[in-house]
Every structure is written in C-alpha cells, then in structure tokens.
Design a protein around this ligand. Structure first.
Ligand SMILES: *Cc1c(COP(=O)(O)O)cnc(C)c1O
Length: 347
C-alpha cells in the first residue's frame, strides 16, 4: 500500500487533469518572453493578487531571493522573523548572493513580530548601520494564519519609515482559505486582501496547490523587471517552462478551494490524537499539525517515526513532530495515521 506521506505538502503527485493540462500546454521560450503558458500564468496570478506583474520561478527560495534582492542593494538590510523561511531555511542566500544583511527578530507566540521590535530594529541613517530597506513577513507561518489587522499595522509601520514590505506567501492560499471559512467569504478575495498590504508577494504552486514545480513573485512592473534580471543571474531562466506553468495554472483553477479539505483533515488528525499521554497536540489552523513529545515520551521521537514508517505513515520531527496534510492524503489516510500513533502509545 502507498504510504500516507505527512512529511510535507511538497510531496504531491500531479493529478491526471493536471498532467493533461501540462501535456497540451502551448510552449515557447520563456527567456525570450514568448512562452504563452508562462505569460498566461504570470498574468493570472498577478491579476488574482492585485499586482501589475509576476515572474514564474523554479522555487520559492529563488522567488524570495529575487524579492529581497529587488528591494535591497548590497549593504542594505531586511527585517525578518527568526523562523521565517527567507531567513532560516534558504542557506543565507540574500547575504551570500546579495550582500544583504538580515536583521532577524524573535516571534511572538502567534507568529507575529512585535511592532515595537520592528520599530527598534529600523536603523537611523548613520554610517554605522546597514540601511534598513525591507520588512519580510510570512503567512502562513508554520501553519499559523497571521492576523489581518496585524499585517496592516506592521506593513503600515514599514512603509511609514520608508521600508518596503515583502510577503513570503508560500502558503498564502492556505491562509486565504482559512480566513474565508472564518468570514464566510471567498478565498481569492481573501488572498487579495492579504496581498494588498505588500509591495511583493511570493506564492508557491508546489506546496498545497499540488503542482510539481514552481513559484511566482508578484509586484510592480518595475520590481518584476529587476527580479527578472536576478532570476537570470541565479540561473532560473527556464526555456519551455510552460509545461510547468500549465500545472501551476491548473492548480490555481482547481486546487484553491479544496485546501479546506486539507485543513479539515489536519483537524481530524489533531482530534484523533487528543488525550494520548505524552503528546501535546497544537490545534492546527491550516494544514500543518505540530505534536510535541513531552514527559517520558520526549526521547521517543525516533522510535515513533520508525514505528509509523513500518505502518506506512511518514512524518518528520524531533521532540516536535510535524504532520502536513495535502492533496494526496484522504480521510482514510488520516485514520491510518491516528491508528498507527495510538498503536505506538497503546492508547
Ligand atoms: C517551501 C517554502 C519556501 C521555499 O520553497 P522551495 O520551493 O522549497 O524553495 C519558501 N517559504 C516558505 C514559507 C516555504 O514553506
């Protein structure tokens, strides 16, 4: 039997419909700007999120890199959270390739950066300091939805001090779908509402949206022209990339609203693990469930993961296990995971 793979939402396989869209996509050479499928995707995502332009890139890492380096020059700095992908999980790319200094800040419990901390981190114009040029936020962050009123306050603060604002929205549509459910509104309208506070937004098609490859950076025409140059330098200029853009475009048409199912599955998993001695289950807001091993169970993560693997359930973590739901995990898969974990704890 195929394992229930809860390691990440990046593990999804393209659906038959998506493969068909890829197979029939009209193609050109995107480095010459004439791949119709790439151009259509860029227009679609830019329009959806309320931006003038967008750039299709191979990865979210490259999208963030293009974003940060389009806003910041050598010797500038960006203010960012300790746990954010574009600080912690991208090999220090902005510093390595762009000589842009990160100014990381600790997160509050809800994932936000305290406004007072942001304020204090913005440097005066003084030769001792790097120039503070950008505030980078992430939504969702570890599966948490960053509150709208906070985003408005933080980006307004940044803009009032002359900084631009970038959103790593790898899972923007998970945030949008969760907000739409809470407010009885439309996910696309929510995505646009979140995006409007930012000068640039990066979204991943290869996470919950289920495309095999690809991200987009959205921004003004000027910003995206700069980003295109950086993408080229980073080796991200792809040729008949329409075969990939078609998958992303299909995902935007068919896989946004269904993210609600992933969120329901994450809640089902959390509910199914309630009351097990040694597990502290954090209520999931979207598709990522964190489970802490506590007390006597603390040292058991390797044994638990091995037990799960032998029962056809894959997850990752140490003391704090992570389970991510996605397109290729259904309710039966969640039941299998609950059964395997309960079996380990004989609970
Ligand atoms: C996955 C992820 C990225 C980067 O994506 P890659 O395509 O793996 O480079 C960026 N930001 C966040 C928040 C992510 O989860």
């Amino acid at each position: 039997m195929k394992p229930v793979d809860l390691r990440s939402d990046t593990v999804t396989q393209p659906t038959p419909g998506m493969r068909e869209a890829m197979a029939s996509a009209p193609l050109g050479d995107d480095v010459f700007g004439d791949d119709p499928s790439v151009n259509a995707l860029q227009e679609k995502i830019a329009g959806m999120l309320g931006f003038e332009a967008a750039l299709f890139v191979p990865t979210g890492t490259q999208s963030n890199l293009c974003g940060v380096l389009s806003h910041c020059q050598r010797g500038d700095e960006y203010i960012v959270g300790q746990m954010q992908h574009c600080y912690r999980w991208e090999g220090g790319g902005a510093a390595v390739f762009g000589s842009v200094q990160p100014q990381p800040l600790a997160h509050q419990a809800d994932g936000t950066l305290a406004l007072a901390d942001i304020e204090a981190a913005i440097k005066p114009d003084d030769p001792h300091f790097a120039k503070s040029k950008l505030l980078a936020l992430e939504n969702t962050l570890g599966g948490k939805v960053i509150p709208d009123d906070y985003i408005e306050k933080a980006t307004t603060l940044a803009h009032s001090r002359g900084l631009a604002a970038h959103l790593d929205g790898a899972r923007l549509f998970n945030a949008a779908v969760a907000q739409a459910r809470a407010g009885g509104s439309d996910a696309r309208a929510e995505a646009r509402r979140i995006a409007k506070h930012f000068d640039s937004v990066s979204v991943c098609f290869s996470k919950g949206l289920g495309a095999p490859v690809g991200s987009a950076l959205c921004g003004s025409r000027d910003l995206i022209a700069k980003a295109r140059r950086i993408r080229k330098m980073a080796g991200g200029g792809m040729r008949q990339a329409g075969v990939l853009a078609a998958a992303a475009s299909y995902a935007l048409d068919h896989h946004v609203d269904r993210l609600a199912q992933d969120h329901a599955n994450a809640r089902k998993l959390a509910d199914g693990l309630a009351g097990i001695d040694g597990l502290k289950v954090e209520a999931p807001e979207t598709n990522i469930l964190f489970v802490d091993l506590v007390g006597d169970a603390r040292e058991k993560s390797a044994a638990l993961l091995a037990h799960l693997k032998s029962h056809g359930v894959l997850a990752i973590g140490l003391y704090r296990l992570r389970f991510v739901t996605h397109l290729d995990v259904d309710e039966q898969g969640v039941d299998r995971a609950i059964g395997a974990i309960r079996g380990f704890f004989r609970a």
